[in-house]
Design a protein. Sequence first.
Length: 563
Amino acid sequence: MMMENLKQQLQRIDRKGYKAYNDIRGTFSFPTFQLHMDHIQADPYASPSRARIVVQNDRLKMERDLYESGHRNVAFTDFVARSIGKEIRKQNAGKSIYIDRPGQEILERTAVVCDHNQLEVRLSIHLPARGRTILGEQAKKLLTQQLPKVIEQALFNIDMKGLRKHVALSDDQQTLRTFVEKQDALAFIADGSILPRASGVENRPLDKENAIPFSSPESRAARVSLPHYGEIRGMLIPKGVHVIVGGGYHGKSTLLQALEHGIYNHVDGDGRAYIVTASSACKIRAEDGRGVTDVNISPFIGELPNGKSTKKFNTENGSGSTSQAANIIESLEAGSRLLLIDEDTSATNFMIRDYRMQQLVAPDKEPITPFIDRVRDLYETEGVSTIIVVGGTGDYFDVADTVTMMDEYQPFDVTEKAKEIVKKDESRRIRHEAAPFTTKSERSPKSHSFDARRGKKEKVDARGKDTILYGRETIDLSAVEQCIDPSQTRAISRAIDFLAKKYMDGNTSLGELLDIYEKETASGLDVLSPFKGKHPGDLARPRRFEIAAAINRLRTLETNHRE
């Protein structure tokens, strides 16, 4: 049908009951695009209607090399989504038309999808009404005037200079990630990076007047030639055990937070555009009260005083130490090879037991093998590196490969000085001897423990960034700090349901399920959509580690355990 048919239908249903909006469900041809009205909201108070704008690539007259490669396609569609969101605001249509607009990070999203033939924009549209009565004339203006103007300005008059710059930045970031990988390193922080954020709840950078740009010490400096930026200098963090020290409020945790988010690319002007971290990095913290299911935490915590084994540890209310141990083992199970730990968010008794406490509490009365006595094993036998922030104990110098001191937000290589201190003032604490570190045991989730039903209907959704609603259960992700977008959380909920219904058989391990997720979504996240024949516009790609974290926090989880 043509655009004129849409106008006529909207005129015909003007002032009718809201359900008459179903008459405009279908496809309408506009001069430069097609509008697909895929889903019509049930009433004015329901979730908005879902629509797609489809434009043939030949009409866009853009160079194919801007969107045909993997990382460039992500950057291209990200820029288009930002362009459309900006134009929606300019047209004052934000209350009626919505696109899943990106933030500081550049993520693969379903809001805009582009293949070799066409570009597809997925929108949510709130169709106007007074009460439950259709306002047809307003709807006609919205769909046949405002919406085409948004598309015309955002796509056919797109800022090509800005687009090329955005894609070029993606090339540079990809080159930088490849460089870090080839150097067998963990991370790179470019000189000039702005690490502090504007506030604790604001993801934008601190203004340049108050921020101190990062500058690498020469002993740690690396230089790499990027295809567009040219040569860039920054601090390269090698594999192993890297300790970050410094006084309070000097930038230790700020550096670690920048590394946490370095798993994602950032927009130009964010201050972290040239900070990259190994893709498997996982932030580890204590998490009082979380449930734990069948996790082998015995490498850190031996048999408990009540005789309870920790090889298949279960609890509905984990302590700081048991939850932190579980978080490490679960991250390794999901494939992590880099742990990020901050002393401030860790359980003290899990991190270290000093000499005096060792004298008072006999070794056979302490089931915890502190992390300080495992961190070298993790690297030397499991190939797992650690970047750790410490401010209260110098005993970690004994196990460190490299030590960085933050002083007024500037890094200094103090590795040699730390080693001299170790030689002059040898620690008296006794290393806790334990069995060799092993993570061989695997868990296979049972599908019946994933029940999405709530009454007669299924409920699988996200509430903000930190909460998943799964059937009658609520999954709390507030301590999963590398999940940074509500659309990621929504995708996690869909990924769990997808895996539970298709692949969980009690024999397939969690690691294998995560491999399946990555394989099934290699060409896009649409496979996770619950809408048959319709496309989601509100998903962003989560990593396998955040999906695993959500599965592990489902309190009804049951697993089979295989050695």
